[in-house]
Design a protein around this ligand. Structure first.
Ligand SMILES: [Ca+2]
Ligand SMILES: [Ca+2]
Ligand SMILES: [Ca+2]
Length: 191
């Protein structure tokens, strides 16, 4: 069911004058409107990441005295749309590398998660070469986010490397993160 959908419910035996979603209507997301029959309408957009399924008990009643009632259960599955971009688990990554680190050595692993389902939530990593590392000193595994050294570094040539790493899902929603690689030792704090 998508946010603009309306479900028509027909009720045959006698004229229906009203109905309600008696249970399962978490957050009052649905409303039954009576007209010629009963129409189930959404009161607000659904969010699959908050709630992926509803089990609504719908009740219809007639105008008799006393009114007669009938119930049915309607299971609603909320389909995923790609409304989330991947989010990195750190706002910045920093690595300190000795310049004698051999080519092929693992530098660190970046990680981004995507709240969507299936292909909409599948994260692919890459180094943005237009913004960083034009000399291909580093490589990244697109599936795992593991960054490796592609060439040995030379401290005397360059002390600091900034990598712009991008995580995107299959629908090209992307998030960018920088990785700071320093060949200087980490700053030590005297007590
Ligand atoms: Ca959502
Ligand atoms: Ca996504
Ligand atoms: Ca979604």
């Amino acid at each position: 069911l998508f946010p603009s959908d309306v479900l028509h419910i027909s009720h045959h035996s006698r004229p229906t004058i009203g109905g309600q979603a008696s249970t399962g209507n978490e957050g009052q997301a649905f409303r039954l409107e009576s007209g010629a029959g009963l129409e189930l309408v959404l009161t607000k957009p659904l969010d699959r990441e908050l709630r992926a399924a509803y089990s609504l008990v719908l009740e219809a009643y007639d105008g008799g005295s006393p009114p007669r009632r009938s119930q049915m259960t309607l299971d609603v599955s909320v389909l995923d749309v790609n409304d989330n971009a991947p989010v990195f688990n750190q706002s910045r990554y920093v690595a300190y590398l000795p310049e004698n680190l051999p080519a092929g050595a693992s530098v660190l692993q970046v990680f981004a998660s995507d709240a969507d389902e299936g292909p909409n939530g599948q994260v692919i990593y890459r180094i943005n070469r237009r913004q960083s590392d034009p000399g291909h000193c580093f490589t990244i595994d697109g599936a795992t986010g593991v960054i490796r050294l592609e060439k040995a570094l030379d401290y005397e040539v360059r002390k600091v490397h900034e990598l712009v790493v991008e995580a995107r899902d299959n629908d090209s929603k992307s998030t960018v993160q920088t990785l700071h690689c320093d060949t200087d030792p980490p700053p030590t704090h005297s007590p």
